[in-house]
Write a protein that binds this ligand. Structure first.
Ligand SMILES: [Zn+2]
Length: 474
């Protein structure tokens, strides 16, 4: 009995040693390719293409993947810049999500002071790193599968227009995740963490008011102001804030308020978001916003219609997968700054009102937590309701940097961004390898997924049946 035990133990430690060698090689391969991926990320950072306009960024990632033997399906779900790259066959099918859209109005050079690069948009959410690291991970998983004859399928999902365009929702609605076992994702950030994620469900729409133009001084009685419609709506919604759950968020921008004060505007538009951690609450709040718009039109003698723009589910956590991701991130570790990066980081930290650069946060991994507070929204939410999904964050920005800031664009354009991105690529790769090696893990993740989602769950996209809003950034 003792001998058997010993034999099993020896065998087991032999195997785990082999597995360690295995992943060591994968990690050193990724290190060797880091400069190449850094270049790709920087190119996408430079392109700074906005949602559904990411033609060149998507093509760059497609070319990188197809050069590695991936089969590419372009223009999926009726979106020209959405694609799937696939390698291998059979199960399990592991998906790695990638994004590549930039944000309007946040152009910035890779310098530690606010300085526009003179472009229409900037990568203030680090999606150039997101798409590139996920591509890197898909390729390194593929290489490992090839070298070790691992059965199964690895897929990269090229997901456009995350920022307000809900690109993944159309891909989920189209059933593109139906045969996927597990989906992996990550997001750029100001620290390294693989705790349970959370996101706010979200509905957004453009409300358009139509009035009658007239000379604002000569014949105001003949006019009906569409801007009055917008303002009356905003006023009602702002009063409504007192009577909604306090965790809810409502924001708007007036995207068209007329052209000249001496012309009663016959057209005005306001773009709204409603968010909460429960999609049911979001649906209810959104319906009340529509009522406010209807009331505003009635009271101002204008007419109104609205176009749904986006809608995403909250994020469904999967702790079975999350712990695996956390262990892998811990194994990879954070990033250390060079002297040059330190100098850059110090200046960014000062610009954020901090006393000094918090290097430790970039270097360390945040403690594992099983509950999370949502602050933003993501269309990964809809994926997480389709298949077991897990993600992480890495320090691609100087600690303390908020997303959607010039500081995020700046650091994302430097080696700080590329280094953080490679941490993500490594943790994603190791986690995918664990899933291929351990069918029990996939099974457990699926069980948890079904339990959390509920057996009677039916997927209803929050943006309804509309076609992809391909021109929402025009
Ligand atoms: Zn983002």
């Amino acid at each position: 009995m003792k001998y058997v035990h010993l034999l099993v133990l020896t065998l087991f430690s032999g195997l785990s040693l082999l597995a360690q060698e295995d992943s060591k090689k994968v990690l050193s391969d990724l290190d060797a390719r880091a400069p190449q991926y850094g270049k790709i990320a920087h190119e996408i950072w430079n392109l700074a293409e906005m949602g559904y306009q990411e033609e060149q960024s998507a093509t760059l990632l497609q070319n990188t993947l197809s050069a590695e033997g991936f089969r590419i399906e372009k223009g999926v779900a009726g979106i020209p810049t959405a694609f799937i790259a696939e390698f291998g066959s059979g199960t399990p099918v592991i998906a790695i999500l990638g994004e590549y859209d930039a944000l309007p109005g946040l152009s910035q050079e890779a310098v530690p002071m606010q300085k526009s690069a003179g472009k229409a948009a900037g990568h203030a959410c680090g999606h150039h790193l997101f798409g590139t690291a996920s591509t890197a991970a898909a390729i390194s998983v593929k290489n490992w599968m090839q070298q070790n004859k691992i059965p199964g399928t690895i897929r990269f999902y090229g997901c456009p227009a995350e920022e307000g365009g809900s690109g993944k929702v159309y891909m989920v609605r189209e059933g593109l995740f139906n045969d996927v076992d597990v989906a992996l994702h990550w997001h750029p950030g100001a620290s390294n963490a693989a705790s349970a994620g959370a996101a706010l469900a979200n509905k957004s729409a453009k409300f358009r008011f139509y009035g009658v133009s007239a000379h604002a001084a000569g014949a105001p009685d003949k006019g009906r102001s569409s801007l009055d419609g917008v303002e009356a709506m905003n006023m009602m919604v702002n009063m409504m804030r007192e009577h909604i759950p306090q965790e809810a968020r409502i924001h708007y921008v007036i995207t068209d308020g007329g052209k000249a004060p001496n012309v009663v505007p016959n057209f005005a538009e306001v773009y709204y978001y409603a968010r909460h951690y429960s999609r049911d609450v979001v649906i209810e709040i959104f319906d009340r916003i529509v009522k406010a718009a209807e009331g505003a039109a009635l009271g101002t003698g204008t007419t109104m219609d609205y176009e749904m723009i986006g809608g995403t589910h909250e994020l469904l956590p999967n702790l079975t997968l999350q712990k695996v991701m956390y262990d892998n991130l811990s194994r990879v570790g954070g990033i250390t700054y060079t002297a040059e990066e330190k100098a850059f980081g110090e200046k960014i930290a000062k610009s954020l009102g901090m006393n000094s650069l918090d290097e430790a946060t970039a270097r360390n991994i945040q403690p594992y937590e099983t509950t999370a507070r949502a602050s933003g929204s993501t269309d990964v939410g809809d994926v997480s309701f389709a298949v077991p999904t897990v993600g992480l964050r890495t320090a691609t920005w100087v600690p303390g940097t908020p997303a959607h800031s010039w500081q995020a664009v700046a650091a994302g354009g430097t080696s700080i961004g590329s280094k953080g991105m490679m941490v993500a690529a490594k943790a994603l790769t190791l986690t995918a390898m664990d899933l291929y090696k351990d069918p029990e893990l996939v099974k457990k993740a699926k069980q948890e997924f079904v339990e959390r989602r509920g057996t009677d769950f039916k997927y209803i996209p929050l943006l309804g049946d509309r076609e992809p809003a391909l021109n929402y950034r025009n």
